[in-house]
Design a protein around this ligand. Sequence first.
Ligand code: ADP
Length: 301
Amino acid sequence: GVCVVGSINVDEIVVVPRHPLPGETLLATSSTVAPGGKGANQAVAAARLGARVGMIGAVGDDGRARTALSLLAGAGVDLTDVVPVDGPTGIARITVDDVGENTIIVVPGANARVDDALVAARSASIARAAVVVLQGEIPVDASACAARLATGRVLLNLAPVIGVPGDLLQAADPLVVNEHEARLLLADVAGRTDPDADDGRIAVLLQEQGARSVVLTLGARGALCVDDDGVTTIASPRVDAVDTSGAGDAFVGALAMRLADGDELRTAVRFAVRVGAFAVGSAGTQPSYPWAGDELPSAAA
Ligand code: ADP
């Protein structure tokens, strides 16, 4: 199965006619509250597609915890290793204006309490997973610890980009990043800013930093993967995009599910771009993810 070690949040989304200035009060035109956090999103995506998924993480002792876990439970994710801690559940306060520009404030809350001790105490869950999925929204020591305990494949989605120790990057098979994250990461770990580098070159440069394989997601254009067999570009199906939020997490969840089933990387990526494309076709993050029986958009020609 799949073990996701990562963040669990509640997304509090408000829509405003324009962003407020410092000191200003504005009325929102609408607001929604929904479960989120990259770890939770990816766990929901993999479980809905039929993977056996366990989640390691933490929620607070507030009313938000229930909201945060609602769709994880609905997808059948094993929540035995989700630890209740004192204080608030993680919150992402997302403000969206008329033209779709957003600002986001994240309160890590319980996610900041996911440390190496919490992870090490759940070593059995990590060791029995075929794929361990990690992101950048919990303390990096916890992710590094999970990577050391893994006996299966480690999928490292470095979103957001955080500083990682060399052994964590070297465990990544694959490292998954979007284009924006890829450029940030190259600047961070390799001290390179190469504005003219094309996508394939960027992915190869990232692999040279130590990752065993690299997947670069390219939005509507699809994705590109680099492993020992070289560079493969995979187009995304064309769809009418309604809401692209959480597409990357749908992609990662689908990729983890297929890798756990034993697919080769490029085969798994061919499936994951279709799941990402499905997710942009409807509103919301977790609610937009497909179930095993849903018809996915066909692969691009
Ligand atoms: P992120 O959400 O992290 O920014 P991307 O934007 O690269 O990640 O999207 C992840 C995947 O979702 C892509 O590889 C692609 O399969 C799919 N996707 C995203 N946006 C679109 C789109 N406009 N049309 C079709 N597929 C999309």
